[in-house]
Design a protein around this ligand. Structure first.
Ligand code: FE
Length: 208
């Protein structure tokens, strides 16, 4: 298989799933996890420019956004030691580790938190190690607040994320564990371009 065909076929299959699942999150998680597991099983399709770390901060490269913004696919690239702030998503998300390993620390708002308040108490509720090939899930329904780090001290880690929206445009929140402050943020993306997965000429050339 031509390498870019992996992402193209993933996007085609995921589009069918989104059309059929009709916002039924449990189905999206069950079937979407299988599709994402298959995509990250082969680390040979992500173009170099979407796998580049930066010394400044972890990178979030948009790989694809559904035209109706029902889902987006992003490569997260972590240099050694890099970590996210504690944040939420407000939509469903899947994190598939394709290269290296990550650490996910989970948090929960304390029960007395008032919605729309600018501060909140957060409780750490656990952490888990995500080795290459694993897929983690987040959503407001199953747990949406976490902090993610590169688990490797000496190597780049890369995960492929799928979210139930154009995630770079979603207004969501970061949480300061010490002050309890909650701040809105819109992440955007690290790149101005997306991969061209639609040029099939090299794959077709061999058949002529
Ligand atoms: Fe996250």
């Amino acid at each position: 298989m031509e390498n870019s065909a992996r992402l193209r076929e993933f996007i085609q299959s995921f589009t069918h799933l989104i059309e059929q699942a009709d916002n039924y999150e449990e189905r999206i998680f069950v079937e979407g996890k299988n599709l994402l597991s298959e995509l990250i099983r082969h680390d040979d399709w992500l173009p170099e420019e979407f796998a580049k770390p930066s010394v400044e901060r972890y990178q979030q490269y948009l790989l694809y956004c559904d035209p109706l913004e029902r889902f987006s696919v992003v490569s997260f690239v972590w240099a050694p030691g890099q970590t996210t702030p504690v944040h939420d998503h407000t939509v469903w998300g899947m994190v598939g580790v394709m290269r290296g390993a990550e650490l996910c620390e989970e948090y929960q708002l304390c029960a007395e938190h008032q919605r729309d308040s600018a501060t909140a108490g957060l409780r750490a509720i656990g952490s888990h190690h995500l080795p290459t090939g694993s897929v983690d899930l987040v959503s407001p329904r199953i747990g949406d607040i976490h902090k993610v780090s590169n688990a490797l001290k000496d190597r780049v880690s890369i995960s492929i994320h799928v979210y139930g929206a154009n995630i770079g445009a979603v207004k969501r929140y970061v949480y300061d564990l010490h002050s309890g402050q909650i701040k809105p943020f819109i992440s955007g993306y690290s790149s101005k371009v997306i991969p061209n997965i639609w040029d099939c000429s090299t794959a077709q050339a061999s058949t002529y």
